[in-house]
Design a protein around this ligand. Structure first.
Ligand code: IPE
Ligand code: IPE
Ligand code: MG
Length: 224
């Protein structure tokens, strides 16, 4: 059976779910947060060490201001209400992406990272204002500035994911089969599951079914 150290998730489909059941995209984002809570719990149960969640892409700024503000409001409340408990559960929070939000949210994010820095049970990487292409460009710029050589190792350690092993498993909910600028380098050898269900409808049973199937895959890494 394959070990499972790192799960990455593109949490897609909140808007469609919200429109369908509550006549509001934002309502879908709110319910999507419940799925996040359940998946975190189940990730710990499965003794997985890293969980990376794609919450807001560099391209998501193209959405209406009202939706963007609602999303960041949700995140603010989540951090204010839940960080203490996550800390007690020995969870480490790391933000991927550039922190270019309101001063209040930037500070909350920095404080949450600082508070949980030495926790060891589960590392949650929250990808916020994250785009893989800009992450790669920044890495190349840094390598050039330091006059180092371009090698796989050097590139990996200049990414925001330095010190984080590549995902073993990527799950994308919401019935679309694309990566949407997420971890293009790091997903080179990940097992990918595209799930039809929208994120608010995705549940622990679905998650465990995918994990079970993942564990039985023959991972070749080029070998036979
Ligand atoms: C994913 O759900 C969450 C974010 C991008 C913030 P969407 O908001 O993209 O939901 P759909 O894809 O429009 O249904
Ligand atoms: C990907 O979902 C980003 C997140 C889940 C945060 P999108 O809904 O933004 O992706 P596209 O635009 O449909 O590719
Ligand atoms: Mg979407």
């Amino acid at each position: 059976m394959n070990p499972l150290n790192h799960v990455a998730i593109i949490m897609d489909g909140n808007g469609r779910w919200g429109l369908k059941y509550k006549n509001s995209r934002n309502a879908g984002h709110k319910v999507g947060l419940n799925t996040v809570e359940k998946i975190i719990k189940e990730t710990i149960k499965n003794r997985i060490n890293f969980l990376t969640l794609f919450a807001f892409s560099t391209e998501n700024w193209k959405r209406p201001k009202k939706e963007i503000n609602y999303l960041f409001g949700l995140l603010e409340n989540f951090l204010i209400n839940r960080i203490e408990d996550l800390h007690k559960q020995n969870i480490k929070l790391k933000i991927l992406g550039s922190k270019k939000f309101s001063p209040k949210l930037n500070k909350l994010l920095r404080n949450s990272e600082r508070k949980t820095l030495n926790n060891t049970k589960l590392q949650i990487n929250l990808a916020l204002n994250y785009g893989s292409k800009s992450e790669l460009i920044d890495a190349f710029k840094r390598i050039k500035k330091n006059k180092s050589t371009i090698t796989e190792k050097n590139l990996s350690r200049n990414l925001q994911t330095k010190n984080i092993p590549d995902p073993d498993l990527l799950i994308r909910t919401g019935n679309t089969k694309r990566l949407s600028n997420f971890l293009l380098w790091q997903l080179a050898y990940s097992e990918i599951f595209f799930e039809k269900k929208l994120w608010p409808a995705f549940n622990v049973k679905d998650y465990n079914r995918i994990i079970k199937e993942y564990k039985l895959i023959k991972r070749n890494f080029g070998r036979i």
